[in-house]
Design a binder for this molecule. Sequence first.
Ligand SMILES: Nc1ncnc2c1ncn2[C@@H]1O[C@H](COP(=O)(O)OP(=O)(O)OP(=O)(O)O)[C@@H](O)[C@H]1O
Length: 766
Amino acid sequence: MNSKKSHNLAETIHSLLGFKSHLNSTWVKSVCDIIKNLPHEGSTGNKCEGSATDSSKIKEELAPLNDCLNQLNMQRRQVLNDLLDLKGNIRVFCRVRPFTSGENLERLGPVVALDTGSLLLKLADNKSKRYTFDKVFHPGSSQDGVFSEVEPVIKSVLDGYNACIFAYGQTGTGKTFTMEGTSDSPGIVPRTIEALFKQSAESNHTFLVTFSMLEIYLGNLKDLLVPQPMRPTDPLPPCLSIQSDPKGGIEIENLVTIQVSDFNQALKLYRLGCRLRSTASTNSNTTSSRSHCMIRISITCFNAPERRRETNKIWLVDLGGSERVMKTKAWGRRLDEGKAINLSLSALGDVINALQRNKNHIPYRNSKLTQVLKDSLGEDSKTLMLVHVSPKEEDLCETICSLNFATRVKSVHLGHEESNEVRSHKEAVMKNLQQKIEKIEDERQHIGRKIKRLKDKLEGLTRTGLSLEEQVQLSQLSTEGPPPDLDFTKNRIGNVITALPSQLPRFMRSTICSRRKSGMEHQRSVGRDPVHSRRRQSSQRAESVTFPVKDNSECNSDRSISRSTCAAELNMKASIDNDTVYSQDISEFDIKMVVFPEQDISQVTSNHQTTAQVSHLEKNRSRKSNKCYSTKILKVDQWLDLYKSEPSISGYAPRNNWVLDIPISEKKHRTNGLKKTEILWNEKVSTYDFARQRIHSKKEKWATLEVAGRSVSERVGAKPLTLRDLFVEESISSFISPPHATRGETTEHPQDSLDGLLIEDKQGNK
Ligand SMILES: Nc1ncnc2c1ncn2[C@@H]1O[C@H](COP(=O)(O)OP(=O)(O)OP(=O)(O)O)[C@@H](O)[C@H]1O
């Protein structure tokens, strides 16, 4: 059965729903079950008897092996969980950044790493304070070393647990280095993706892995996999809103979720997403992250009862840098960003602290960050917080703040300091568990290899059951009703807004005031000049405010009011204050309010709906009460097709010519025989690597070079780029996204005018 047939079949089954009274969701489920168990085309008909006997023999051999593997999986899950329980479901690590070039290496810093679990902070007057964590990574620690401590959590994710890994710390202390890393030393995100795929391949199950990436900038959620408009006439991407289901599961409406089949695909998506992150130059970091960057990897596995959940997820979060605004002397937009980051970080601290203390009330609703992570923090989720500190004397205050935050987060240990005896007993038990895990792992691998060999043999003889995709379709059909409309190719950005809610019951859909219209949509419906309509709305500038609302609905949504700046407009205004590389900051400037189901139904009734329509709504509501919001999963091609006819992908600047500001000076140099030009873009250095791309001829200058405007990332005279071009262009050779500037670099040829800017090609032609 190919996927097309399955899709049609799914549609056909669904179209029969409601025709007769017995054709209800239970009926759909039983039909689906029958289909799942049907023999396949290849396995019937004129198959020779010999191969049938062979395959039944192989199946006979496979059955006990699979049972055994499942047993081992279950054992491993149990032992690993015991180990993590002992270690603590919320663990806090501390990483001390080494001195970087340009910093005064002669003076010793105040942070002294004592052993693998504690560090000493030297304070004034010969005083010092000792801090203890689950693990301390010294300045010389490697990315490998860090990841080895993270790996058990990844295993837990494959076992069906939700997890969250955070990088916390003052700006410039190495959070992005730890999470993203560099080409030579990849960080936690690429390693996690790699480990997930590697371990899932070794498992006897098939996993459906999806990738999403968003950032929380100034309190607003922004999809990092959606190219963002830079011109006022560009359509706006759909608004993201947080939905919660009765079981406490969190889903983000409209968040692009892409099915990834291997490490390379996921990594390419990650790197494209990294390009869209809001970064800016601050006193502390030339490429400071001004937002929380969140990567969500979801895993679905059917028919694996030993897993904790059928679908679970891991969030990898590079938090915005905490900062003391007094010190950074930030003002204007930088100040707003700093405040928004600090507010949400303290909300995160409150949540983790409340979880650690088993409090009845967990204040998830105090920030978007904690709302998004609600189902991945606490309960049986695994949480890792990596707190980063600077080795510098002048950062002592920030270091104390970060260490106090970390101590607060692991507060469960406070006041319950274990005696040496208890600790050594615990360590012995953990060691024992660790050895057990290793033994089970060896056995698993041995049996896994046997199973693989047999399966390969079997595959040559007969086709296996339904593909994962078919399983997903059938599963969605049997649990939620309508199959997801995967035909996105005809939908464009604006249409997605309308396409998505059409599959939700009315009460789940956003109201007029909750929906942000795309530029095009707005133009169409209001018939006004989009520039004017936007400007009218963009007068607000603030961070998101969330009001806790008592939720007595079966399917509550967080009711929030978001206001923020219209970046498209701000980009147009040349202000030195607005130099955040926020290519996508087209955030909401209207009031967003997600209406509760009951309220919505009563509204509909009062709007003279027929009884039949209301009962249809009710039916939908009860169907959706099992699962409030179903994620639409796109294949990479479907996602690329969504934006295939974009004239230019303004949000994603090509990797090696990252131009988002007015160049003020440039320098040229030669590295390994390759000519490079580095241009200082208003405190931000972009590297042009001519070995990789020859696009920098005179004709192909960026608009920024010719127009004395700001933040126009559009090439003049060059072929317009599509998302597909950029996706294909991404090479896996390096992990790092935009070229990271080296601090303290000076320029050789300062120049104030754009006219004199010369770009060299590989041959050195000007
Ligand atoms: N462990 C490390 N080893 C080597 N270099 C490091 C390490 N940690 C950080 N760095 C370097 O320090 C600089 C700042 O690091 P990074 O940008 O990761 O900080 P950050 O905490 O993410 O800052 P922000 O919050 O402003 O984004 C980078 O040049 C990075 O390469």
